[in-house]
Write a protein that binds this ligand. Structure first.
Ligand code: ATP
Ligand code: MG
Length: 166
């Protein structure tokens, strides 16, 4: 269905409300963001996973910046933290199933959250990447197509037992 990314981010943030009390959250959305043709529950789950990581791997009191803008074809969302960061050699590997980054071995986790995010985003015809935040931390960028591709409906069915209506 066609969804406002503002609403999806809002749901994710409200689900993480308690954990976020010890972080400062800044939101910068470009004016008049277009709706995106997505499965809202799945994209909420992506955001919950990515923002949970930003909380888990950054110190109390630090800032998490969520930005959204768009170009002709895609809506771009970024989640930036000031945390531990990801080693350059791990920036792509963190999306592999069960892979845990070198800098966070002392913090428990299963290494599945980002693999799930990647498969959901790619099922929407989008991309998710990680890069270094300056001067410290990590930025996750998620791009989602602004147009619905017919084959997307079938791909979402991998995750949900219902049809995709748009
Ligand atoms: P879980 O499956 O419980 O989420 P996890 O957090 O270890 O466990 P992922 O969310 O897939 O698994 O993340 C994979 C790895 O990527 C993490 O182990 C961590 O090393 C690194 N990582 C992810 N997000 C961040 C972040 N915001 N800052 C620093 N490292 C991160
Ligand atoms: Mg995680």
């Amino acid at each position: 269905m066609w969804c406002g990314i503002e609403d999806i981010v809002g749901v994710a943030l409200s689900q993480l409300k308690d954990a976020l009390q010890s972080r400062k959250v800044s939101i910068r959305f470009a004016p008049e963001l277009p709706s995106v043709p997505v499965d809202d529950v799945l994209i909420e789950q992506v955001l919950i996973n990515v923002i949970s990581n930003s909380i888990k791997y950054s110190p109390e009191g630090s800032e998490i910046v969520i930005e959204a803008d768009y170009d002709r074809d895609m809506l771009h969302l970024s989640i930036a933290d000031q945390g531990i960061g990801i080693a350059p050699g791990d920036l792509e590997r963190v999306f592999e199933k069960f892979y845990r980054g070198q800098l966070t071995k002392h913090i428990p986790g299963t290494g599945l959250g980002l693999a799930i995010c990647k498969s959901i985003v790619e099922a929407h015809g989008g991309q998710i990447t990680a890069s270094k935040n300056e001067p410290q931390g990590t930025v996750f960028r998620i791009s989602l197509p602004l147009q619905f591709a017919e084959k997307d409906g079938d791909r979402y069915d991998t995750y949900r037992g219902e049809n995709f209506n748009h």
